[in-house]
Write a protein that binds this ligand. Structure first.
Ligand code: FAD
Length: 392
């Protein structure tokens, strides 16, 4: 007998057939988890990539090289651009389709996937919530660690106070309270007869940049299964009539240095942002910010707000991933969501009066001090040394 909840489905995002990095990262983690799962439970559950696209069949083969056992591919010109209504409908249908599942495994009792992954980006965050609502299960968002365990759970409502074993439970960890504490989220069936109900898939959205893809291996074999989508008029009521990619004026890529500031500017924000901007200018660098800064938390001039305190400058999981030669973190505590965005930098300097701030563990040089005191000294020194550097 097979189990009715089987396999790990990974919803792939791509740009014209090129996978976005988080898609391969999710596949890598899915591969590692399911290899462990199959060893531990002596089973043969699959990593299944789900792709909606148009003329993107070649991508399916790539996904097998990056860890998928099977790829469910739905092709339609309606998938040229991501649209939540259409994508939700088709992905939910795919997840419940026993016929499709039977193409890559014995699936007589298959009802839904056991686990499901989405990207925690603008598209995936919304899509994961609407798909899971359709599938009538729960969702943990912005996850950065995953473990599969057998857990004994005793819960007033779920188990009616009895200790019961929940096998193959996905522990989904997310950073909370400004990224300094972990929350573990479990998606558990109600085993209390009075409120009995099953919750599958156990699903989450995954923070980009956290997991490593597996190495591309062209000898890996898998199966591509075609899905024929069908649409009603209602599904297609949102139409994309034009798409323009607006290039950001913030240029993190061609600058060798980035100076980012966070809430540590708070004592005199206008003056402190000016200091940060001067430091960036001296280093011929770009200015970045932590996420809270983009919410314009301080009373500063409109010019400062609109030039610096903007989402385009955010470094981290909700913003950009950067990799400059020099990254200077000024008044930034070092929450995990920020670190993910700058950890590829070659050399990191942090300026912070709190030597217990987590950024201390992420930098090459930690300058203990207030930015108001430290930056003027740095500026003076840079001015002195610049002629000598130029002469070299
Ligand atoms: C789903 C989700 C996504 C997120 N995405 C992002 C993201 O992409 N990017 C991001 O940055 N955050 C993100 N966050 C927020 C993150 O968790 C932290 O809350 C945030 O990074 C903290 O910003 P901060 O370091 O500026 O502020 P704080 O944590 O308040 O740190 C301020 C620091 O300034 C120091 N300081 C104080 N006075 C001075 C001074 N005079 N001179 C110098 N230093 C001083 C303090 O010691 C402190 O370490 C996200 C959170 C969630 C829940």
């Amino acid at each position: 007998m097979t189990e009715k909840y089987r396999h790990l489905y990974v919803v792939i995002e791509h740009e014209d057939g090129k996978p976005v990095p988080v898609s391969l990262e999710m596949l890598g983690e899915a591969r590692r988890l399911m290899d462990g799962f199959n060893r531990k439970y002596r089973s043969d559950e699959k990593v299944v990539a789900v792709v909606l696209g148009h003329n993107t069949r070649k991508l399916c083969e790539e996904l097998i090289f990056f860890g998928a056992d099977a790829v469910i591919y739905s092709d339609s010109k309606e998938f040229e651009h991501a649209r939540n209504l259409v994508d939700t409908k088709v992905i939910s249908e795919i997840a419940k389709d026993r016929e499709l599942a039977s193409k890559f495994s014995e699936a007589t009792d298959f009802v839904k996937p056991r686990y499901m992954f989405f990207a925690a980006d603008n598209i995936g965050r919304q899509l994961s919530s609407t798909v899971l609502a359709e599938l009538e299960s729960g969702l943990a968002s912005d996850i950065n660690k995953l473990v599969i365990e057998d857990l004994e759970i005793k819960h007033e409502h779920k188990t009616k106070g009895q200790g019961l074993m929940y096998e193959k439970t996905l522990e989904m960890y997310r950073p909370d309270f400004s990224g300094f504490l972990w929350t573990t989220i479990l998606c558990l069936d109600n085993r209390n007869p009075a409120i009995a109900r099953e919750y599958h898939p156990q699903a989450c959205s995954i923070i980009p940049g956290v997991f490593a893809p597996i190495e591309r291996d062209t000898s890996r074999r898998g199966i591509v299964v075609d899905h024929q989508p069908s649409f009603s008029e209602r599904d297609l009521k949102v139409r994309v009539i034009g798409r323009k990619i607006v290039k950001s004026a913030v240029d993190f890529d061609s600058h060798k240095a980035i100076v980012s500031f966070g809430r540590g500017v708070k004592e005199s924000p206008e003056e402190n942002v000016r200091l940060v901007a001067q430091l960036a200018e001296q280093l011929e660098g770009e200015v970045g910010v932590s996420l809270p800064i983009s919410k314009k938390p301080f009373a500063v001039s409109e010019a400062t707000n609109s030039k610096y305190m903007i989402p385009d400058r955010v470094v981290g999981t909700s913003g950009r991933k950067v990799a400059p030669l020099l990254y200077v973190a000024v008044g930034i505590s070092g929450a995990m969501q920020h670190i993910v965005g700058m950890k590829e930098s070659s050399f990191v300097v942090a300026i912070n009066p709190d030597e217990n701030a987590p950024i201390k563990d992420e930098c090459d040089i930690f300058i203990k001090g207030r930015m108001e005191d430290v930056i003027p000294v740095l500026l003076e020194e840079l001015q002195k040394q610049k002629p000598a550097i130029r002469a070299k």
